[in-house]
Design a binder for this molecule. Structure first.
Ligand code: GDP
Length: 514
């Protein structure tokens, strides 16, 4: 039973069984997900091996959620001994939490992790909080500028639009198809993340500049990295440009577009001999050999179709970029990416999870408010903001759902009926208040994640609710990966699919389809 007043009361939270953390029992997953190294075949975008690997990762991930640790002395943090104990607890939680993520998934550098951890360990909580605030500010304000260069017609604009989750016909999309070649660079901001700018640069071959002058003219210092695009073989110009970029200490990546069309043509001309893997390998080898001849050693070429980023090498490109970006820019890069596969969605989730955790740690480390066990109106506002943000990050905000419903020729209501996140904060039962519903989520989250969330941390309830919301949005995003399948016959009343991994009160999966 829950006690309810004008605030939303909750209790019983401290009695959940603890998370098992002994080394023998610890089944902590590698939460950061290693993208498959092999090219993903388009004809088989979700290979059984990939799916089962993903299932294992998801299963394991859903059973471990590292959280800010319990503070046995909440409410007395003025004593230095208490600060020390609390700091020590937080330091070990902090350590454990970040150990679970692969290097390329971490959104703060190892140096920053070390610095925060040592401040926590020393019990210097104000200084730890200030370091966490600095790290969060750096992540939130990180700009990301991506230069995309290549000859006209190679597919630059289409690639840029795909990265911005935009169709060629949408307002603000980079114009595609035969258009006049411009000699100026053109910026395209991401519609939802204004800190992200993709720059369309004229191909070096269309200007008469030498690579060094070209880079100066294009203001190379402003970009985080370059993507050099070709729809056929890379030219000597492209190779020379790459060498010059390297000299300027910037990273570059070769992207070979339109591989879908190469495969299609091959299949039409030689249907009996058609072997997708061999053709892709041939294209890749050809590109690499030509670049080597032009003095670009160890060139890595990513084969891509901008019409289907889930296929071929885009996932590898994504992981490579993540690994090579500075840690504080990984979050903005991940959020910018469209939800192309479950792997990408999980990577986005991991990135957000770290942010949610840092926010909770920041709020909880200095909190001296006694553990009250209720959800205030302010908390509800915080949760509303968090949910809105997660929905935007995963393209499930109202505006995006409207566009999606339109594309699928279904009503927004029907689309929403297949999702959980739009209903998380609405009151559906007459005999249950929003506060009670939220408390139910906390219990579900705790039973799934395996224990109390930072029992005495005042902000722990917000933390567990934010995580519950995040997992629900992630689950919905995965459901929508199959949207064409779900709504293939829009005249049909359609099945209602509930997102996977959302548990009911008994911790049982509600992943059922009506
Ligand atoms: P840009 O001049 O380099 O910006 O090239 P565009 O993006 O305008 O693309 C030129 C043409 O190639 C357009 O008709 C696009 O639809 C098409 N295109 C671009 N990328 C791909 C791709 O990955 N696959 C296929 N099949 N066509 C593409």
């Amino acid at each position: 039973m829950y006690r309810c007043t004008s605030k939303f009361y909750w209790h019983g939270f401290l009695t959940f069984p603890p998370i098992s953390t002994t080394p023998e029992e610890d089944t902590s997953p590698e939460v950061g997900i290693q993208a498959p190294r092999d090219t993903v075949k388009c004809s088989d975008p979700a290979t059984p091996a990939l799916l089962s690997q993903q299932k294992i990762i998801n299963n394991r991930a859903s059973h471990t959620t590292s959280v800010p640790s319990a503070d046995p002395a909440m409410g007395q943090s003025s004593s230095s001994t208490v600060s020390h104990t609390k700091g020590g607890d937080l330091a070990s939680s902090f350590d454990k939490f970040f150990k679970d993520f692969k290097v390329e998934s971490k959104i703060i550098s190892q140096e920053t992790i070390e610095s925060i951890r040592s401040r926590l360990k020393e019990g210097d909580l104000p200084s730890a909080v200030s370091a966490i605030s600095d790290a969060l500010r750096e992540i939130d304000n990180a700009p990301l500028s991506i230069a995309v260069t290549g000859e006209s017609g190679t597919g630059k604009s289409t690639f840029i639009n795909a990265l911005r989750c935009m169709g060629a016909e949408e307002d603000g999309a980079a114009p595609t198809g035969p258009i006049e070649t411009t000699f100026e660079r053109t910026p395209y901001k991401h519609p939802k993340f204004p800190n992200v700018t993709l720059w369309d640069l004229p191909g070096i071959g269309t200007t008469n500049f030498q690579p060094h002058d070209y880079l100066e003219k294009m203001k190379f210092r402003e970009y985080d990295f370059f993507i050099i695009i070709s729809a056929t073989r890379f030219k000597i110009n492209d190779a020379q440009l790459a060498v010059a970029i390297k000299k300027m200490k910037k990273n570059f990546y070769f992207v070979r577009t339109k591989v879908d069309s190469d495969l299609y043509n091959q299949k039409r001309s030689q249907p009996n001999k058609f072997n997708e893997h061999e053709i892709l390998q041939r294209i890749r080898n050809d590109c690499v050999t030509r670049l080597q001849k032009a003095n670009v050693s160890n060139a890595q070429v990513f084969l891509v179709s901008s019409f289907d980023l889930a296929c071929y090498d885009f996932q590898n490109l994504e992981t490579t970029l993540l690994r090579e970006l500075p840690a504080h820019k990984r979050h903005i890069f991940m959020q910018n990416l469209p939800n192309i596969t479950e792997v990408t969605i999980d990577q986005k989730r991991d990135s957000l999870k770290q942010k949610v955790w840092l926010e909770a740690l920041k709020a909880g480390a200095l909190a001296t408010v006694p553990f009250m066990g209720y959800i205030s109106d302010n908390d509800v506002e915080t949760l509303k903001d968090a949910l809105t943000l997660y929905r935007v990050y995963f393209g499930l905000d109202d505006a995006s759902l409207k566009i999606m419903a339109n594309d699928l020729h279904v009503s927004v209501e029907k689309l929403m009926a297949n999702l959980k996140c739009p209903h998380l904060l609405s009151i559906e039962k007459d005999d249950e208040s929003l506060g009670e519903k939220l408390l139910r989520y906390v219990e579900i989250f705790c039973s799934v994640s395996g224990g109390p969330i930072a029992a005495a941390l005042y902000y722990s309830k917000i933390y567990s609710l934010q995580n519950y919301f995040l997992e629900t949005v992630v689950s919905d995003a995965k459901v929508l990966l199959k949207k064409e399948e779900i709504f293939k016959d829009s005249e049909d009343p359609g099945q209602t699919y509930l997102p996977q991994d959302v548990r009911n009160e008994n911790g049982e999966s509600e992943a059922v389809s009506a």
